[in-house]
Ligand binder design. Structure first.
Ligand code: SER
Length: 324
């Protein structure tokens, strides 16, 4: 059972708070738990982040002593560990990607046991799947033989989460996020980043050159859905969580061409050309769609945004931000 009962004094540490997920998750967690009960950390110096992010601490998550000091000094009860090197960037420096992704997770898991952290969230990814995985409606228990170092670190990390749960009773929960699409934080070197970049070009009246071919269907999700899924998973009763590796999570599956068409329905003059690069092989190794029936069954997951609604929401918000 969870060891630290933190009903009234939840203190959450978010690691990687300035990243694409962290930017929005931080806001959502602060709304629910009280602003000052959610501590932001990231690798950036304090003077280089927006003052509104405070309380904020600069943290290199590989510095285990610094991480432990924060956990102890701030009386942290929950940890959301979001820092990672993503799929495309990881291929240019596999050792760095492995080191950051794996060793940071192991430190967080170890320190969580040591300091009786009640709940840990760590994201996994569709990148755990590989060329031998089922392409359509890829099942929860399918083959996970990834072809990127990012995918290898996520597949191994999932097993570590399960191990810490089974061996130490640590309540660590995880989701296999698909490509995430948001208008706030920028994605950090993934293969699905095209589905964010394309909007930034569209609203500036620029054409876009896509690094995947037009037929590449991938699992995707609007960030609001990803945040809802994360909070829902973390709120779910302990006993309901049957998957202690990471849950498959699904909302959308579309190709660059389908996204282009949808954007063009609102910006008819927008144009896209296609010039696939090394990221095409990564995308081709992933499933096109995901079976998330375990998440739906165990904690009631259901996405809200379809492609049309996501595109409208993205463009409307980016236009507002551009006008500011
Ligand atoms: N969005 C990630 C990537 O492309 C997948 O989890 O690397």
């Amino acid at each position: 059972m969870p060891s630290k009962i933190d009903m009234n004094n939840t203190k959450i540490l978010v690691i990687g708070a300035c990243g694409q997920i962290g930017t929005e998750l931080l806001v959502a967690l602060r709304k629910r738990n009280g602003h000052d009960n959610v501590i932001a950390t990231d690798i950036h110096y304090r003077e280089n982040v927006s003052p509104e992010i405070a309380p904020y601490y600069k943290l290199d998550v590989l510095n285990t002593d610094a991480l432990e000091a924060l956990i102890v000094d701030l009386e942290i009860t929950q940890i959301y560990h979001l820092a990672a090197v993503l799929s495309a960037k990881g291929e240019s420096n596999p050792t760095l990607a492995w080191d950051l992704n794996m060793n940071s997770l192991l430190s967080v898991l170890d320190l969580s046991v040591k300091h009786k952290i009640s709940k840990v969230f760590w994201p996994s990814s569709i990148a755990v799947f590989g060329p031998d995985s089922v392409k359509e409606n890829c099942p929860q228990q399918g083959v996970t033989e990834p072809s990127t170092v990012y995918g290898i670190s996520k597949a191994a990390g999932e097993q570590w989460c399960k191990y810490y749960f089974e061996k130490y009773g640590l309540d660590v929960r995880s989701l296999r996020y698909p490509g995430l699409i948001s208008y706030t934080g920028a994605p950090g070197g993934g293969t699905t980043d095209y589905a964010v970049d394309i909007f930034h070009h569209a609203i500036k009246g620029e054409s876009y050159t896509c690094f995947l071919n037009e037929q590449t269907a991938l699992p995707m999700m609007f960030m609001q859905d990803a945040i809802n899924a994360t909070l829902q998973l973390m709120d779910a009763p302990y006993k309901g969580i049957k998957v202690r590796t990471a849950y498959n999570l699904s909302a959308l599956s579309f190709t660059p061409e389908e996204l282009e068409k949808e954007i063009k329905s609102l910006i008819p003059e927008f144009s896209v050309s296609y010039a696939p690069d090394f990221r095409q092989a990564i995308a081709d190794s992933w499933p096109a769609s995901i079976d998330d029936s375990a998440a739906r069954r165990d904690w009631g997951w259901k996405p809200s945004y379809n492609l049309k609604a996501m595109v409208r929401e993205m463009l409307e918000n980016l236009w507002v931000l551009q006008a500011e």
